[in-house]
Design a protein around this ligand. Structure first.
Ligand code: SAH
Length: 353
């Protein structure tokens, strides 16, 4: 049975499904879901992420988190957490870069939130020296000060999509025509969670609601406000999203999101304003382009130091990686960084209140 057949059987029995239910099934179905069945990262996979492009990304994030930990009095013990750690590369770079920060490793309890068994196994290999601990939900994080990073995690969570119709909304759903899946719209109804979007949308506009991202951020924000810590959320998106941002990638090429569910990565753009609202009472930083953030943390110095020991093709790849992470025409502007921190502390380095 393919996931397409399973989804069609479900729609035939119970009617159209929401975009969120579709995303959740396509990405995380226990046996046929995209993340359940493969390691999607890297040149041979479907997409590449910043930590896979260069070690500099994780090194600078590590030093940023460690400085924030020092700024808040170096609490011991604390949780060092990552959401959706992929191959474990970012956490490995964070830990290597912070090995000289006195007391940091000794005080850190490393916790990874990961849904994919395939990637969990990969993380266990990469991070074997550090004895990390895995949990399924942020609600299960230890009750400790929390320093956390999430790179390209929120974009993988299921969103619901709504199209404005007068003062109400019609939910975008997935139906089938013959043996293909198609988008449709549910009947119009009120949608209290979108009342605030009546002011900045017009008839026919589409907005997205990422309820899991908001719930996860609320949990993290409450912990940071209560016990101390900081969070760095890095993702593509904008302050406030408008329009359909659902996209599918297979083999680094955009494809139809409804084609062959379970075989392509599905993402949406992150609506950072919604995360800041959820994060209260934690304070949040200005939304900062990734390129600006990495420059402020000293990526160019670090790139030059690494370059001095390189030559030939290795050097060319390194120069290209630096550009790819920071240049406004590449990932520098598309990706944004949002920091959370306690209202009575200073924001993590590289970010402003
Ligand atoms: N942060 C990594 C990987 C990004 S891909 C990097 O930058 O390279 C998205 C990651 O989130 C994967 O590890 C995926 O398995 C995980 N993931 C997706 N949905 C999840 C969910 N609902 N709960 C936990 N992990 C999830």
């Amino acid at each position: 049975m393919t996931l397409l057949h399973e989804l069609m059987a479900r729609i035939a029995t119970s009617g159209p499904i929401t975009v969120a239910e579709y995303m959740n099934t396509a990405l995380l179905h226990p046996t046929l879901g995209y993340y359940s069945t493969r390691d999607p990262l890297g040149a041979d996979g479907d997409f590449t992420t910043a930590p896979e492009i260069s070690q500099m990304f994780g090194e600078l994030i590590g030093l940023c988190l460690a400085q924030s930990w020092l700024d808040q009095g170096a609490p011991n013990p604390f949780t060092l957490a990552e959401l959706g750690p992929g191959r474990g590369t970012l956490m490995a770079d964070i830990l290597r870069a912070t090995s000289q920060v006195q007391g940091f490793h000794e005080a850190a309890q490393i916790v990874l939130v990961e849904a994919s068994p395939v990637l969990k196994a990969r993380q266990a290999e990469t991070l074997a020296a550090y004895a990390p601990h895995w949990i399924n939900m942020v609600a299960d994080l230890p009750d400790l000060p929390l320093w956390l990073v999430a790179n390209e995690f929120f974009d993988a969570l299921p969103v619901r999509q709504f199209q404005r119709d007068g003062a109400g909304w019609r939910e975008r759903c997935i139906w089938m025509t013959g043996d293909t899946l198609t988008f449709g719209l549910s009947p119009v109804g009120p949608q209290p969670a979108l009342d605030h979007r009546l002011a900045d949308t017009k008839d026919g506009d589409l907005v997205e609601l990422n309820a899991p991202a908001q719930a996860i951020t609320a949990d993290i924000g409450a912990r940071i406000a209560d016990k101390g810590g900081a969070a760095l959320f890095i993702d593509y998106g904008d302050w406030r999203s408008l329009g359909d941002t659902l996209q599918a990638l297979r083999g680094h090429t955009p494809t139809d999101p409804l084609d062959a569910p379970g075989s392509a990565d599905l993402t949406t753009h992150v609506d950072f304003e919604a995360l800041t609202t959820a994060a209260k009472p934690a304070a949040f930083t200005r939304l900062t382009p990734q390129g600006v953030f990495l420059e402020r943390l000293g990526i160019t110095n670090r790139a030059q130091t690494l370059a001095s020991a390189m030559a030939g093709p290795t050097l060319n790849t390194h120069v290209a990686a630096h550009r790819r992470l920071t240049h406004p025409d590449e990932m520098g502007n598309l990706f944004k960084v949002l920091g959370l921190y306690p209202a009575d502390a200073s924001p993590p380095p590289g970010l402003e209140p």
